[in-house]
Ligand binder design. Structure first.
Ligand code: NDP
Length: 246
């Protein structure tokens, strides 16, 4: 795939799925800003991915903070002069059954998972519209489609991303910008490590392919949608879930 020399931003690129996406994009020659709330982790990933041909910068970013989002995009514009790819990957969970869910757990998850996608996409779309090219890939979840007990806030945020993706895809198709979502199923990362073993076993039984996903399963799907070759795909949700939901 012809990604060499392109420029992009990956939010939440310091571990798990986001780190794998940053690795795969950098390996294919994409210059990147890797951004997350923990600056040293972002800098560490950036240092490990930088080569003489590919420039990778680590930045501090809370995607729910409009000022910080603006600063990161300003930085990327200054360094690269263009933004071809935005991967909205940053996301958190704050689980609890509805009756016990605190307002703060609702607000924080919606702010980071959904408002963050809005703020970053709004910045990126300005550059992409001007240059008449862009790829936005939003990481949603199987929970948006199946629901998941204890995740009313999370599944609502991820379902919101789907509506957002389709609307922005329609708004900017005429500018040659595609906007798609990737919906991972159960992927082995820090986010899922915390689940009790018996829940993991129950979940595995629901997966026709009989295994949990890896971060690379998701990253490869993202790289494809980020490539020029995926130029006729927009407003789509690509499910990467081993058949758990179809
Ligand atoms: P991890 O918790 O392993 O990594 C999350 C990343 O996001 C970290 O880099 C974290 O860094 C960053 N992050 C968290 N909050 C913010 C914020 N406010 N601003 C910027 N960066 C932030 O998660 P996963 O890799 O498991 O998940 C990545 C994405 O995939 C998420 O959107 C998640 O909802 C989605 N997903 C994951 C699934 C799974 O099974 N793992 C399944 C379906 C979807 P820091 O804490 O330093 O900010």
């Amino acid at each position: 795939m012809t990604l060499k020399g392109q420029c992009g931003i990956v939010t939440g690129g310091t571990r798990g799925i986001g780190k794998a996406i940053a690795q795969r994009l950098a390996q294919r020659g994409v210059n990147l800003v890797v951004a997350a709330r923990t600056l040293p982790a972002a800098q560490e990933v950036a240092a490990s991915l930088s080569t003489p041909d590919v420039r990778v910068f680590g930045m501090k970013l809370d995607v729910s903070n409009a000022g910080e989002v603006e600063q990161v995009f300003e930085f990327a514009r200054e360094k690269f002069g263009r933004i071809d790819i935005l991967v909205n990957n940053a996301g958190i969970t704050k689980d609890g059954l509805l009756m016990r869910m605190q307002e703060d757990a609702w607000d924080t998850v919606i702010d980071i998972n959904l408002k963050g996608v809005f703020l970053c996409s709004r910045e990126a779309i300005r550059d992409m519209a001007k240059q008449r090219y862009g790829r936005i890939i939003n990481i949603t979840s199987v929970a948006a489609f199946m629901g998941n007990p204890g995740q009313a806030n999370y599944s609502a945020s991820k379902a919101g991303i789907v509506g957002f993706t389709k609307t922005v895809a329609r708004e900017y198709a005429s500018r040659n910008i595609t906007v798609n979502a990737v919906a991972p199923g159960f992927i082995e990362t820090a986010m899922t490590d915390v689940l009790p073993q018996h829940i993991k076993e129950e979940m595995k039984k629901m997966i026709p392919l009989g295994r949990f996903g890896t971060v690379d399963d998701v990253a490869e799907a993202v790289v494809f949608l980020a490539s020029p070759e995926a130029g006729y795909i927009t407003g789509h949700v690509l499910h990467v879930n081993g058949g758990m939901y179809m």
